[in-house]
Design a protein around this ligand. Structure first.
Ligand code: Q46
Ligand code: ZN
Ligand code: ZN
Length: 341
């Protein structure tokens, strides 16, 4: 297979685009495409201050690398979840959090980029797996409390650090899998919110964007490898056996038979939405400020993050701090969110 642009040996063949490229031209093509998506979906401009959620994996580091190459002002946020390695009685495990933190920090240091780190255990008093056990919300699978904490911390860090936009590394495979899951059960509330851009239409909520939403996972893996990015190869150990992975496998089988199936599924959905297939219910737009932390929440009173941690404090007592301190001083403010923001 030869590169369509120069005739050299291709490193990737993207059947859905009928396009094979050599390493050099692939490394040019990816940021060009990304820039196109950023503009098409009006994600941000060079005047924006972007916070990129970094997991240490190929997608988030790839995204940070692309934005940096394109000249955007993009800082990173790493959330230390305290997953695996040190608590295993046999001492085995991949040390997922420690290793992903190390790689995220290395990436930032080598490029002189700013990485803000929020360690959940140090900041709030328990790791994500401990939190799942104590709260009784997913003893084996801490994903639901993990997701709740990540969303909260990302939003808070974006707000407190005065970022205008929060970018995540979700790729097409992620988006198509979630879409399939929500379509099969017609989760209209989730479907209406699935988008390359989630506007900050509520006070205190950060604007969220997914610049990689049209890149296949294999394209991002190829980008990381050809570009020589060092990323954590292992998935989070709790991702094993998840329904999302199951849907990804089904979609990949479809893709195998019909190149472009995943992309078409996702793009047709976006088009249908643009044509008004799903409408936002009035109740979805209603929002209150959490009476404890000030973050936006759908019901009056305390937000689900504060309620969860209140429960943990009852169990673990004085060990837990009453307030948080981020490791970067510039986002250490814990003032309630202004309701008119
Ligand atoms: S990090 Fe957290 Fe994921 Fe691990 S515990 Fe589950 S949600 S699988 S993206
Ligand atoms: Zn070429
Ligand atoms: Zn709260």
């Amino acid at each position: 297979m030869k590169c369509r642009k120069c005739g050299e040996r291709a490193v990737i063949n993207m059947r859905q685009h009928k396009l094979a490229l050599c390493g050099e031209h692939f490394l040019e093509w990816v940021p060009e495409q990304c820039e196109r998506f950023i503009e098409k979906y009006k994600m941000f401009t060079r005047a924006d201050k972007i916070l990129v959620a970094i997991s240490g994996g190929k997608d988030s580091l790839g995204l940070w690398d692309i934005l940096h190459r394109l000249g955007y002002h993009a800082d990173g946020l790493y959330i230390g979840l305290g997953i695996d390695g040190r608590r295993s009685p046999s001492g085995d495990g991949v040390g997922y959090s420690d290793e992903s933190h190390r790689l995220a920090q290395k990436f930032a240091d080598e490029r002189g980029l700013k990485l803000t780190v929020v360690e959940v255990e140090q900041t709030y008093g328990a790791t994500i797996p401990e939190l799942a056990v104590i709260s009784n919300r997913g003893r084996e699978k801490p994903c639901s409390v993990c997701g709740l904490n990540k969303r909260y911390i990302m939003n808070r860090a974006a707000h407190d650090g005065d970022y205008t936009v929060l970018a995540t590394g979700h790729n097409l495979d992620d988006e198509a899998a979630v879409l399939m899951q929500n379509t099969l059960t017609w989760q209209s509330g989730y479907l209406v919110r699935q988008s390359p851009v989630l506007e900050a239409n509520r006070p205190g909520l950060a604007r969220k964007v997914k610049p990689l939403c049209r890149f296949y996972e294999r394209e991002m893996a190829a980008y990381a490898i050809v570009r020589g990015l060092e990323y954590i190869y292992d998935e989070c150990p709790h991702a094993v056996g998840s329904t999302t992975i199951w849907y990804k496998e089904i979609l990949s089988q479809m893709e195998e038979q019909r190149p472009g199936a995943k992309l078409q599924f996702y793009l047709s959905f976006l088009q249908a939405k643009e044509q008004g297939l799903f409408a936002l219910k009035a109740s979805d737009a209603e929002l209150h400020a959490c009476e404890k932390c000030g973050q936006p929440t759908s019901a009056p009173g305390e937000c689900s993050f504060c309620r969860l941690w209140d429960k943990i404090r009852e169990v673990k007592g004085a060990r837990l701090p009453a307030s948080v301190a981020f490791t970067q001083p510039d986002i250490s403010s814990f003032a309630p969110v202004e309701s008119d923001r």
